[in-house]
Design a protein. Structure first.
Length: 306
């Protein structure tokens, strides 16, 4: 009987030790918008703030869950709010995510206004009511990031190497998806990754672009800060723009085109119409000249016969 008790005590001690090891708290170095972090089998796993989705700290958190966490914090009531506080409305909304943390094709706000998004969570259709149909999540396979360094006197090869290594190491993106060019004063980063090129273990280029955008705007998701060094000097960036290219064209109406694009379309249309009018008038004049020449020839023939 004593042996059984001792064995039971040993088993309880081992179980307690195992639970303590597997339940050890950890810090998610790649995402600070998490809670309830636990080290399990050497991997830090946490609950994304604002949702009940478990994320791994060994890789990037999806953009959809990150946006949801930001909206959760913005909506969370505060007892004291500084008078100068404001909300950075840079395309953030409270998204609907699927079980894998990816954007659902249809997104809506509190006023029941809905729209369709791509895999990067960016609106690609007109806004409508709840009856709008979004049959699929169109993949964003190409993201173009244009940014301007404060110091523009840089070496092209050094810029390309620094950005490629930083994106690959910090955001775990395979270098084959990264292309960097520098044409003073602009640095252009192209991230290309179609559906066939992305495995389950690969990070998504939309997540990488979102992490990078937050870093440049001074709102890093990592605990550490982005540090890109070119020619021995840290590089500071400004005026960053991000363009999304989907595998299918967006479905926007003419009313949502910018004034510049509309102006170009109008000019081109007017030029085409003007060209058609010139061609018509030219043919008419040519026809008149031909008729006049025929008339003169007939009169000459009559004079010769007479």
């Amino acid at each position: 009987m004593a042996v059984h008790r001792r064995l039971a005590l040993v088993l309880m001690a081992v179980l307690a030790l195992t639970v303590s090891v597997h339940s050890e708290e950890c810090i998610c170095k790649k995402n600070k918008q998490v809670e309830n972090c636990i080290l399990s089998n050497g991997e830090c796993k946490c609950i994304s703030v604002g949702s009940n989705v478990t994320v791994s700290c060994e890789t990037l958190t999806s953009k959809c869950l990150l946006m949801k966490a930001e909206m959760y914090r913005l909506k969370k009531p505060r007892t004291v709010r500084p008078s100068h506080a404001f909300i950075d409305n840079d395309g953030i909304y409270d998204p609907e995510c699927d079980n894998d943390g990816r954007f659902k094709a249809k997104q809506c706000n509190r006023t029941s206004t809905c729209w369709c998004v791509n895999s990067a969570g960016v609106r690609r259709t007109e806004k409508g009511d709840e009856n709008i149909t979004c049959s699929e999540v169109v993949r964003t396979s190409w993201i173009i990031i244009e940014t301007t360094p404060v110091n523009t006197d840089l070496d092209n090869h050094s810029v390309k190497r620094a950005f490629t290594e930083a994106l690959a190491q910090r955001y775990l993106l395979n270098q084959k998806h990264i292309s960097v060019t520098y044409e003073n004063p602009y640095i252009t980063i192209e991230l290309k990754q179609n559906a066939s090129e992305k495995s389950e273990k690969d990070v998504d280029i939309a997540d990488v672009a979102y992490y990078f955008e937050k870093e440049v705007k001074g709102n890093a998701i990592h605990y550490s800060f982005l540090n890109i060094t070119v020619q021995g000097e840290p590089l500071q960036l400004k005026d960053t723009l991000i363009y999304y290219v989907d595998e299918k064209p967006p479905e926007f109406a003419m009313t949502n085109l910018t004034a510049g694009i509309i102006a170009v379309i109008v000019v081109v249309t007017l030029a085409v119409v003007a060209g058609i009018l010139v061609l018509v008038f030219t043919r008419r004049k040519t026809g008149k000249y031909e008729k006049a020449e025929v008339k003169e020839m007939n009169e000459m023939h009559r004079e010769l016969k007479s």
